[in-house]
Design a binder for this molecule. Structure first.
Ligand code: PHE
Length: 495
């Protein structure tokens, strides 16, 4: 039987083992000697390789060795602290605490007396007296003997003593060691010694090698391409960031430009401009984060007048408005935007007549209790198309195209309601056989467009990014996206 693809050290080790008893168990020292090696890493490596080939079996035992630490070495040389104090005490006719404090430094006197007290020494009117000097001396001898016997295997040591010294600072330390033994397997025994001749093994093919002749008789090391390899861990984008990049790429490719704007906004642009009545429940404190700073946000007086007219009686649009009375103070209240539509509407107000396609993927805030499907901070994928002749068909096709490019070809729309669009739609995509709602869309109402001087129809949509991320990443808990679970992050697909 031919010895396959073995490395030279493996060949040498196997041959050496075959020359001795078949069932011998080899320790490191005998292996190094038999192979004429000094580096134990070579032996361990060769043994590992032979084990992978099934020629050698390796047994590993973990041993705990107890050694002297710095203070322990000192104790072996000069005696343990309690021993030194005790010797001093026995030399005095009367050993007083005051004399002891003279004879020893403070850092020794204090702890030393403490140790002696544990061994039955008491202070009677300032004099140190042992209750049982014989037992005390026996213990001191035992302690010294324990230290003198180190290094030793933990198993062989007295447990109480080990416990005692482990609780004292820097006297002993324990070190874990792995002891290996190697033995031949039947397959290893069968390898023909002829196949175990060491040869030149080429592991790297270099230009220098090919210039010579030697390679012609060399053995080439084959690579086992089926072996498991470790996955390199490099930096990468967070899946949410990667998803945002992909969405950006899709909209840019569809001819949109990106809009990036602040998330501190006024209630006026966030709501009034969008014909959301001032008494709408979504405007309440419990749904929206209002800000104390700045105290208010200025809005052009003429714009607010126009909204006032629209809200109170419909202005010139033919609408009846919401009735009631409109407050410009309410308009100027600052808040954290509850949707990115606050930004697209301002873009339109600044560019009311120029046809455009604009999108944004950005953060919005709503006072939601955190649960499996809700976060108080999340992102919306927002977009508008304004141009002459834009219609519902175009809106639906645009959204279908976007989701198809994201990998969700099955999209449907259902009638919905938003105060600022007519008609209004809900967008749903099919995922694992179920229809999931991903956002809203519609065509802006005249109450929204006319006060801003917008003349062409505006198609608009706002969709949840985290919802989409849950589909793309197959999550059933939205919180997973933001808990920075490294293991999970590393295992996410590249989007
Ligand atoms: N702004 C809406 C939301 O927050 C979505 C939407 C945007 C609906 C544009 C219609 C038009 O859910």
């Amino acid at each position: 039987m031919g010895a396959p693809n073995l490395l030279n050290p493996e060949r040498r080790m196997l041959r050496a083992m075959q020359l001795s008893d078949a069932d011998r168990s080899w320790d490191l020292a005998s292996l190094l000697a038999a192979c004429d090696w000094t580096d134990q890493a070579v032996a361990v490596g060769a043994g590992h390789g032979l084990q992978n080939h099934g020629y050698v079996s390796v047994s590993e035992t973990r041993l705990r060795e107890v050694r002297l630490d710095v203070e322990g070495e000192r104790a072996v040389k000069d005696g343990l602290l309690e021993q030194r104090l005790w010797s001093w005490i026995t030399e005095q006719s009367t050993a007083t605490m005051a004399d002891l404090q003279q004879a020893f430094e403070r850092h020794e006197a204090g702890p030393g007396v403490g140790l002696l007290k544990q061994l039955g020494v008491e202070i009677e009117s300032g004099v140190l007296v042992a209750s049982d000097p014989e037992r005390l001396e026996a213990t001191l001898l035992e302690r010294a003997a324990f230290l003198a016997a180190l290094p030793a295997q933990a198993e062989a040591l007295d447990e109480t003593m080990l416990g005692h010294f482990s609780s004292r600072k820097n006297l002993i330390q324990s070190v874990e060691r792995t002891v290996r033994h190697w033995s031949l397997t039947p397959a290893g025994l069968e390898c023909s010694p002829d196949d175990l001749q060491e040869s030149m093994v080429v592991t790297d093919i270099t230009p220098e090698l090919l210039q010579g002749e030697e390679w012609k008789s060399a053995t080439f090391r084959a690579f086992d391409v089926a072996l498991e390899a470790t996955t390199p861990r490099t930096g990468r984008s967070h899946p949410m960031q990667a998803l945002i990049e992909r969405i950006r790429a899709i909209f840019l490719e569809m001819g949109f430009s990106e809009l990036v704007d602040d998330y501190v906004q006024s209630a006026g642009w966030n709501m009034d401009a969008l014909f959301i009545p001032q008494d709408h429940p979504a405007r309440e404190m419990q749904d929206t984060f209002y800000l104390d700073e700045p105290a208010s946000i200025d809005i052009d007086q003429a714009v607010m007048e126009a909204w006032k007219a629209i809200h109170e009686h419909g202005g010139e649009t033919g609408s009846t408005g919401w009735g009631g009375s409109y407050s410009t103070d309410v308009s100027q209240r600052p808040l954290l935007r509850t949707h990115t539509t606050v930004n697209t509407i301002q873009y339109l107000a600044e560019n009311p007549t120029e046809a455009c396609r604009v999108f944004s993927v950005d953060r919005v805030f709503r006072k939601e209790a955190i649960d499996r499907t809700h976060l108080p901070e999340f992102h919306q994928i927002e977009g508008i198309i304004m141009e002459e002749g834009a219609n519902l068909q175009m809106l639906v096709t645009t959204l279908k195209t976007f989701y198809a490019k994201m990998g969700y070809p099955e999209v449907r729309v259902r009638p919905a309601y938003f105060p600022y669009t007519e008609p209004s739609l809900e967008i749903e995509v099919k995922w694992r056989g179920k229809w999931l709602e991903l956002g809203g869309a519609g065509i802006f109402r005249p109450e929204v467009t006319e006060p801003l001087g917008i003349t062409s129809p505006v198609l608009a949509w706002g969709m949840g990014l985290e919802r989409l991320a849950m589909l793309v990443l197959g999550l059933d808990d939205i919180r997973q996206l933001y808990i920075s679970d490294l293991e999970w992050l590393r295992n996410q697909p590249i989007l």
